[in-house]
Design a protein around this ligand. Structure first.
Ligand code: FB9
Length: 464
């Protein structure tokens, strides 16, 4: 503060001096930190022409932390000598009977501000041993300004209602606004990179005319997660090592039973042109609660709801939310991830439509030059894995999976003959890790995440 004690001391030194003073020397004389004197200089500068302050660069030798330790406790060689046992060692092993610790002495000279007593060769030797470093200090040469005065009255920084009503504002000096001072950066929240990338994907789906599905239930019944998708009850994905089943509540009880009957028949006897899986389908298996293994369960619910609307009207849905799998954990896989899924329902959709919409979708991600590879999913036929050549990684990268939902899934829902549904999926973590250059999933999610990474993560632009 301009009316603070350091500023007053500085003004008195100027008053009594014969020209000017150096901020570093004044700090040393007053036994203050140099920054305290610099603060007083800046506050006096804000008053206008009370002082003149010229910024100067001063070279100074300072001890490194190791140098400070050596100055305090002695050089390594001396400490070895002093560590010898009092009875000493055989003369043949030691040729010196005393040692003068010149290194420590020189460092103490520097510590006392007398570095100039060392030769350049000596200083460079200590610098080479990383005991000494040359620093550039910004100091101020302060002299009297045209409006110099030692009587710096307290400056008001607030105009209060009392001042206005009493008129006392007329008798006080106000501190000038410093319009160039930067405001205090407001501490706000910080979006996690995953959430930034999710927003980008959501934007892409919305501009493509898709509607976001309801995905607010992590807990799902086996019925909607598997049976409704025509995934047989003995499928390996349905057992404990791939899926997290719940103990309590272990069972879901609320189903549209007419629909369940059609699903049961399709699995066990076939129908709609399909021979089915010819097994004894059990309601108890379908009632088991689990943590959804894919957001395709939400797609099944959305498509069932669509099928109840008569007459049928085409729809485009998407979802981006957490799914859970009892995976083997590694650097890129955790037991959960965010699945992104797009679904289009209309009459006469074909694999060509699926390829076309995938090209449009991935182009918006900046991913071009797609390749499609035949694949298998229990609930889509045909299915395709989607690949793209990644220029940065110089290799083909799997960027998603896709397919046409099977009639055995769609027709029991009540969707009209001729309506087909194309769909695709990918993860949110993989593109996020690539975009933000993160190699280990635990740097992105989990209890070991460095929050500074979250604070510092830049805006996400997927198309660049
Ligand atoms: O995300 C994936 N890869 C990917 C995506 C985008 C990307 O962008 C880069 C910035 C340029 C890069 C990579 N994958 C899917 C492929 C692989 O990472 C794969 O190894 C891991 N997969 C997950 C599942 O693994 C247990 C990613 C996840 C995945 C896989 C399939 C689906 C959804 C997510 C699906 C589906 C689907 C299929 C048919 C109908 C409906 C849904």
């Amino acid at each position: 503060m301009a009316d603070g004690p350091v500023a007053q001391l500085l003004l008195q030194r100027l008053e009594g001096g014969d020209g000017g003073l150096d901020s570093l020397e004044l700090a040393s004389t007053l036994g203050l930190e140099h920054q305290a004197v610099v603060g007083a200089v800046k506050s006096l500068q804000a008053l206008g022409e009370v002082i003149e302050a010229e910024l100067r660069s001063t070279q100074r030798w300072e001890l490194t932390p190791e140098g400070q330790e050596t100055a305090q406790f002695g050089s390594h060689e001396a400490r070895v000598f002093h560590s010898l046992p009092p009875e000493g060692l055989m003369q043949s092993e030691l040729m010196v009977d005393s040692v003068e610790d010149l290194v420590q002495a020189k460092l103490q000279l520097v510590q006392d501000g007398e570095a100039e007593h060392l030769s350049e060769k000596e200083r460079n030797e200590l610098k080479k041993r990383k005991l000494l470093s040359e620093v550039t200090l910004k100091t101020y040469w302060v002299s009297k300004g045209s409006a110099f005065s030692t009587n710096i009255s307290k400056q008001e920084t607030e105009l209060s209602p009392e001042m206005i009503s009493s008129g006392s504002w007329r008798d006080v000096k106000f501190k000038a606004y410093n319009f160039s001072s930067k405001g205090v950066l407001p501490e706000g929240g910080h979006l996690h990179p995953l959430m930034k990338v999710r927003t980008q994907f959501r934007q892409i789906f919305l501009e493509m005319g898709f509607t976001e599905m309801l995905t607010d239930n992590f807990i799902e019944s086996s019925f909607w997660n598997f049976d409704a998708l025509f995934q047989p009850q003995q499928h390996p994905a349905r057992d404990q090592h791939d899926t997290f089943f719940l103990k309590d509540p272990a069972e879901a009880l609320d189903f549209p039973m007419d629909y369940v009957e059609r699903v049961k028949r399709t699995h066990s006897q076939g129908g709609y042109g399909s021979q089915g899986y010819k097994y004894d389908w059990k309601l108890e298996e379908a009632q088991k609660n689990l943590l959804r293994t894919h957001t395709t369960a939400a797609s099944a619910r959305a498509l069932y709801r669509l099928a109840q609307q008569k007459p049928f009207s085409p729809a485009k849905y998407f979802s981006i939310d957490r799914v859970f799998r009892n995976e083997t954990l590694d650097a890129t896989h955790l037991a959960e991830f965010h699945q992104i899924e797009g679904v289009v329902a209309d009459y006469g959709l074909t694999l060509g439509h699926l390829m076309g919409i995938l090209k449009e979708f991935f182009t918006k991600l900046g991913i071009t030059h797609l390749r499609f590879k035949p694949a298998y999913n229990p609930y889509t036929e045909p299915s395709m894995e989607v690949f793209s050549y990644h220029q940065g990684l110089k290799k083909w990268v799997e960027v998603g999976n896709s397919g046409v939902f099977r009639p055995e899934m769609l027709l029991p829902m009540g969707l009209p003959e001729g309506v087909s549904v194309i769909a695709w999926g990918l993860s949110l973590e993989r593109p996020t890790m690539i975009k933000y250059g993160i190699n280990n999933i635990r740097e992105l999610v989990g209890h070991r995440v460095n929050l500074q990474m979250v604070y510092d993560s830049p805006l996400c632009r997927l198309d660049t």
